[in-house]
Design a protein around this ligand. Structure first.
Ligand code: HAM
Length: 409
């Protein structure tokens, strides 16, 4: 049988979630004046090398890169910003001046190690605003992300940082490299990054590196006056608009084009803490790609990550009823009698077969049950029952005469 490639998947049963996310994103972005743009999925490799940066993992390790039949070095886009910037310059909008705002959605490709919430082909919804240098637009871009996530009912933590500008960054980089060079205990990746992109060392996940980095100089303590004023203003706007955030001085993002504002919305609902949305300001990118100097700011969100969270919410909302079972066939009478009482008040599924706890739990989970009740030897001896709430994972032994009270809570 031919199957989909590793890290790539079909959107079949949950297509409605995909559409719901995209419609919500489009609705919010268009209220802020963003217009639809579509750019090719295949681009010249040089675009990403120059745009995203050769030292980034995305370009250095993860690109789907090949030579086409005419000998062109091409690659499947690993992200959307560089392509939108290329189109902006190619259509001479950098020369025209003024402010232009675009949104897009579609497949991105990164040859990463697949895991929960991480795919090799995934979809992003993104926005890019050109020609606006005011920090109010940075705030608006964050507000758009916040509004989308709120409308979808997804709880996140917003982390923000400033990466400084062309005045502050070179001086800061020197300071950081001086600090890092003295540290022999850094991991091999970090040692390599001192030469290629020292800023990325700051967000290394290695515990030992994080310990060393506690004393590292921070970008936000080394900002130019302009960057500092903008960062203070951004925090002021967010606070006044009721958006809570954390300043994370080690947030550097995985792409090289950012300056000043960088931000991520983090969720703890897809395994370890994951970014569901990330972005920032990239005032030099148009110039790097040979356009006229033009301000830029935007973000992209991971559609699959949001789908995962929404489908989790759905199955939680659907969870209902009680699954009653026993670990020993001698206790079936006991649970049968109990079921008669419980069914006066609740929907109850009962198993007439003794099975292992794991097998019972699996059945209860498949039936989308909320409360799991089970009697084993220990419980039988003490007139108790093992209670597990499959929604919030609360687990305890309860005296049988207190069961109704607990279930009624
Ligand atoms: P990014 O942080 O690389 O930024 O990706 C944005 C989002 O795409 C992430 O927060 C995550 O939700 C999702 N994502 C990334 N990699 C994967 C993956 N392998 N599987 C599933 N989801 C993934 C960018 O791409 C920038 N272009 C964002 C931007 C736009 N900055 C300014 N404008």
């Amino acid at each position: 049988m031919i199957t989909a490639l590793r890290g790539m998947k079909d959107i079949i049963d949950d297509g409605y979630l995909y559409k719901h996310i995209i419609q919500t994103c489009e609705d919010v972005a268009s209220k802020f004046g963003y217009k639809f743009i579509e750019t090719p999925k295949l681009e010249e490799t040089a675009l990403f090398i120059r745009g995203v940066g050769e030292s980034s993992d995305i370009v250095g390790k993860e690109m789907y890169r090949f030579t086409d039949k005419s000998g062109n070095d091409v690659c499947l886009r690993p992200e959307g910003t560089a392509g939108v910037v290329r189109a902006f310059i190619e259509h001479k909008f950098d020369r025209a001046g003024g402010v232009r705002k675009y949104f897009y959605h579609g497949s991105m490709f990164r040859y990463e190690r697949p895991q929960k919430g991480r795919f090799r082909e995934f979809h992003q919804f993104g926005i890019e605003c050109f020609g606006e240098g005011s920090v109010y637009e940075d705030a608006s871009v964050i507000l758009i992300g916040n509004e989308i996530l709120n409308r979808l009912g997804i709880k996140t933590t917003l982390k923000i940082n400033s990466l400084g500008d062309s005045q502050s960054m070179p001086k800061y980089r020197e300071k950081l490299v001086d600090f890092l060079k003295k540290e022999n205990e850094l991991c091999e990746d970090c040692k390599r990054r001192i030469k290629t992109n020292p800023i990325r060392v700051l967000d290394c996940k290695n515990e030992k590196c994080q310990e060393i980095l506690k004393d590292a100089p921070l970008i936000i303590d080394n900002l130019s006056k302009e960057s500092k004023d903008d960062f203070d203003k951004l925090q002021d706007i967010l606070t006044k608009n009721g958006i809570s955030f954390e300043v994370d001085p080690k947030l550097v993002r995985g792409l090289d084009y950012y300056s000043k504002t960088a931000f991520e919305f983090i969720s703890d609902e897809i395994g370890s803490q994951s970014a569901v949305l990330g972005g920032g300001r990239y005032d030099k990118l148009v110039e790097y790609l040979n356009g006229r100097p033009t301000f830029g700011v935007g973000f992209a969100l991971g559609v699959e990550r949001l789908m995962e969270i929404l489908s989790q919410h759905e199955s939680e909302q659907k969870r209902d009823g009680i699954y009653l079972c026993a670990l020993n066939s001698e206790y079936i009478d006991k649970i049968y009698n109990l079921s008669i009482d419980l069914r006066k008040k609740f929907y109850v599924e009962i198993s007439y077969e003794a099975k292992s706890p794991a097998k019972h739990l699996k059945i209860a989970d498949n039936k989308n049950i909320k409360i799991f009740l089970c009697i084993g030897e220990e419980e039988m001896k003490n007139s108790e029952i093992w209670y597990k709430n499959l929604l919030n994972k609360d687990e305890k032994r309860i005296k049988l005469n207190e069961l109704m009270e607990v279930l009624g809570e």
